[in-house]
Design a binder for this molecule. Structure first.
Ligand code: CAA
Length: 404
């Protein structure tokens, strides 16, 4: 049975801070952020938006685009490392807001940025396990990436969600059954229960990411069928490669590591050519949105499908997911010949509706944001976080959604 992603949709907050403005405020050269890290802007959440509204908006738009009745969903998994409650999962708010029926398993998964892939693989196995019924799962990766103001991680924040409909005979990406995984207990990035912002050992986290990549990739290569010929690399069989992208330069470092692993050594010219052909096309969305933790790899996938579904029809791509702590997976998928039919995946729409904020406004939102409240007049989302009353979080559709 062929299983995979039938539809994918991205939603990110419309507020964005341009990184040159942040560089000026922090007294660093703008090129350090725009070239050194490769980030152009990062999404910032308005007070009326949180990880639930991001997830629900992406999910509602994903189901609408696919023409799927929410009541036919049998499994709803939300991956996040920005959970809003220790017991109540983000998914159950989404379940109500989006109109999923009562006969559905709903829960949340966590393993840092790997959570989205954990949920996707689990959903694919759930679909495969019931060959006689055509079952559909809704997987959502949703996060708000927060580091302390003035810390080295500050320019690698962002926010957004990706919803993926998973089922048989998919229109967006067939998932290969074999993949390479790697896990190890490391303290590279974490967020203790009492903290709002993540703690990170930045340089060490890059080493952990690259080591996990090499290990997962080697494992995937060993499982490759038909087996690789002498002198043939797995990269030779892939038309594009998408990496978990906390900042675009990380994907560049990752790609160099894989080329060196497959070819022994690589010239700068060969690396540049390979990076621009295989990796750069997937990075345009994340360069403008910033890190979205669990959603990051899938923002890259949505970007690629929106821009290149026709070119990639029938071709195989590689995907690398990394979650600090750590767990990582290198897997592959094939773009169906009909992928162009999935239409826009929300990346261009998200970027077209942006409102740029300055550094004081961004700092105010970071310090006091996500309290809930009325949406701004031009609000781009479908759902609003109204605030917390009696220890209960209150959500509602926007007036536009109610009127539609
Ligand atoms: N012009 C051009 N480039 C410049 C420059 C200038 N004027 N000044 C500096 N640079 C370059 C540097 O050479 C460096 O590039 P290379 O790594 O290629 O050498 C780059 O800009 C960054 O400079 P620094 O290393 O000095 O930056 P930093 O110390 O301020 O921190 C960071 C960088 C460690 C990534 C930090 O932003 C951080 O901690 N981020 C959060 C952690 C993270 O994202 N880790 C990634 C792996 S873990 C993961 O992927 C999970 C996850 O999502 C968190």
């Amino acid at each position: 049975m062929s299983v995979g992603i039938d539809q994918v949709h991205v939603y990110a907050p419309q507020l964005a801070l341009p990184l040159p403005a942040l560089a000026a405020a922090r007294g660093v050269a703008p090129e350090k952020l725009t070239l050194g890290l490769g980030v152009q802007a990062m999404a910032v959440t308005p007070a009326c938006e949180d990880v639930v509204t991001l997830a629900a908006t992406a999910a509602a738009r994903c189901l609408r685009a696919a023409g799927v009745d929410p009541r036919t969903i049998g499994l709803l998994v939300v991956a996040t490392e920005t959970g809003v409650d220790h017991a109540k999962p983000v998914g159950i708010f989404v379940h109500e807001l989006v109109g999923v029926g009562p006969h559905c398993r709903v829960y949340e998964v966590k393993h840092a940025c790997y959570g989205g892939t954990a949920a996707l693989m689990l959903a694919a196995d759930w679909v495969r396990a019931h060959r006689t019924q055509a079952r559909r799962a809704l997987v959502i990766a949703s996060d708000v990436a927060r580091y302390a103001i003035g810390s080295p991680g500050e320019p690698t924040q962002g926010a957004g969600a990706v919803a993926m409909l998973v089922g048989p005979t998919p229109r967006a990406l067939f998932l290969a059954e074999e993949s390479g995984v790697h896990a190890a207990n490391v303290y590279d990035f974490w967020r203790p229960l009492d903290r709002r912002e993540a703690l990170v050992d930045g340089k060490y986290s890059i080493d952990c990411y690259l080591d996990a990549l090499a290990s997962a990739f080697r494992s995937c290569r060993r499982l490759e069928r038909p087996a690789l010929e002498d002198g043939e690399g797995l990269l030779d069989r892939l038309a594009r490669i998408l990496y978990h992208t906390p900042f675009p330069k990380m994907a560049a470092k990752a790609h160099r590591r894989l080329l060196e692993l497959e070819r022994g050594s690589v010239t700068d010219a060969d690396y540049e050519a390979s990076y621009h052909a295989l990796v750069a096309p997937g990075l345009t969305g994340v360069a403008q949105i910033g890190n979205t933790y669990t959603a990051s790899l899938y923002v890259c996938l949505a970007t690629l499908l929106e821009d290149e579904a026709r070119v990639l029809a029938g071709r195989r791509i590689g995907l690398f997911s990394y979650g600090s702590g750590c767990c990582a997976e290198f897997f592959t998928g094939t773009v169906p010949t009909g992928a162009v039919a999935i239409g826009p995946t929300g990346v261009r729409e998200t970027l077209a509706r942006r409102t740029l904020v300055d550094v004081p406004a961004y700092e105010e939102l970071l310090r006091h944001g996500e309290r809930g409240g009325e949406p701004p007049a031009d609000f781009a989302g479908d759902f609003v976080f109204r605030g917390i009353r009696n220890d209960r979080r209150m959500y509602a559709p926007t007036r536009e959604v109610l009127a539609a």
